[in-house]
Design a protein around this ligand. Sequence first.
Ligand code: SF4
Ligand code: SF4
Length: 103
Amino acid sequence: MPDSRFKILTSASTSGPGDAGRTGSWRVERPIIDLSRCTPAKTGKSSCHLCWLYCPDNVVSKTIEPTIDLEYCKGCGICAEECPVKAIEMVSEEEFVKGTEDE
Ligand code: SF4
Ligand code: SF4
């Protein structure tokens, strides 16, 4: 007979945006989603969303066009690694700093 203490096989705890503070300030690379490659954005159907599933900080929306909350995205790159169609590119934050300096 199985030990009843071991019936719970999944954790009920989930992290949420901001649980570790303003983690967006840690970022050295920013994930950019190419919606022309993203499966739900292309098909208009709720599917895939592996970026949402794997993001450790729960900062990717589970919407037809997924969005990333850059206030809390720490730039770990897991979403880019897990995207099956390589729709997410990690771009150096320096590129964005340069972009604002040129304006
Ligand atoms: S994992 Fe890639 S294809 Fe899937 S929803 Fe995210 S960006 Fe789109
Ligand atoms: S890089 Fe991707 S997986 Fe990592 S925190 Fe940002 S959105 Fe989440």
